[in-house]
Design a protein around this ligand. Structure first.
Ligand code: MG
Ligand code: MG
Length: 260
């Protein structure tokens, strides 16, 4: 069942979103060749604690059998890693796509957002992949308003992916968010316009296109978490938490330095 948030809940989620936006905005500047993903994680974790929020991801149960609870505040996924990369001593290199996904819990409510940052400069195809994935997210946000169907968002994402010839990850998708990290409805990154639940004011949705330079297929590594592309080609991931209103969707995790 899709949980509609009342005004109080919306206000708390707005605060959660702004805390997370501040964290992501700060740590995206750390993505330069030579930094380790553990260093990025430590700074994100420090900033979340500093304001008295909770790192939502730490302790999340695994989605595959025998996976341990998630050990960190962020997921940092490099290149062929799509999502759920675990921060480590791995050093970022010039041209890497560094996808940072983070969630914060504030007064019982959660915001969830992800960015894909290129360290230095990358191959033009990689630059196009990262840019297109963000455009797909913005296109979904543009159609997200009361009275629309959920899969209108999915279709907007799919359209960008198809136009640019990228693979759409099918095994993972966006989701409702609120008291729980993953609430109804699931939000696939492909779909038929005019289908799926009708959007209503008070819905809070984490929309998160994951696009691959190559084939759509992904697999999970032995650590039980890291999702990688089946063909080893790069992947990008952008995510915002939205509030559906009577007018345009409110982007609760909009970063202060975000343009357009
Ligand atoms: Mg996320
Ligand atoms: Mg999410």
């Amino acid at each position: 069942m899709i949980q509609l948030k009342n005004e109080h809940e919306q206000a708390v989620m707005r605060e959660a979103g702004q805390i997370l936006a501040g964290v992501l905005s700060a740590i995206q500047k750390m993505v330069v060749p030579g930094v380790t993903t553990a260093e990025i994680e430590a700074e994100a974790d420090r900033r979340i604690r500093e304001v008295g929020a909770i790192a939502t991801f730490r302790g999340q149960p695994g989605m595959v059998d025998h996976a341990p609870p998630y050990p960190a505040a962020t997921c940092i996924s490099i290149n062929e890693q799509v999502i759920h990369g675990i921060p480590s001593s791995r050093k970022v290199r010039e041209g890497d796509i560094v996808s940072i996904d983070c969630g914060v819990t504030w007064r019982g409510y959660i915001a969830d957002s992800a960015i894909s940052v290129i360290a230095g400069r990358a191959h033009p195809d990689v630059e196009r992949l990262v840019k297109t994935t963000r455009q797909a997210l913005l296109a979904a946000i543009a159609v997200a308003r009361s009275g629309k169907h959920l899969h209108d968002l999915s279709f907007a994402i799919q359209s960008w992916a198809i136009a640019e010839g990228f693979g759409i990850v099918r095994e993972f998708c966006g989701h409702g968010v609120g008291r729980s990290l993953h609430e109804d409805p699931p939000i696939p990154n492909y779909g038929t316009p005019g289908t799926g639940p009708v959007l209503r004011p008070g819905m809070t949705l984490a929309v998160e296109p994951m696009l691959n330079l190559g084939v759509p297929k992904v697999k999970v590594l032995k650590d039980g978490w890291t999702v990688v592309t089946a063909d080893g080609k790069p992947s990008a991931h952008w995510e915002h938490t939205l509030l559906i209103t009577e007018g345009p969707a409110e982007v609760l995790t909009r970063r202060p330095d975000e343009t357009d």
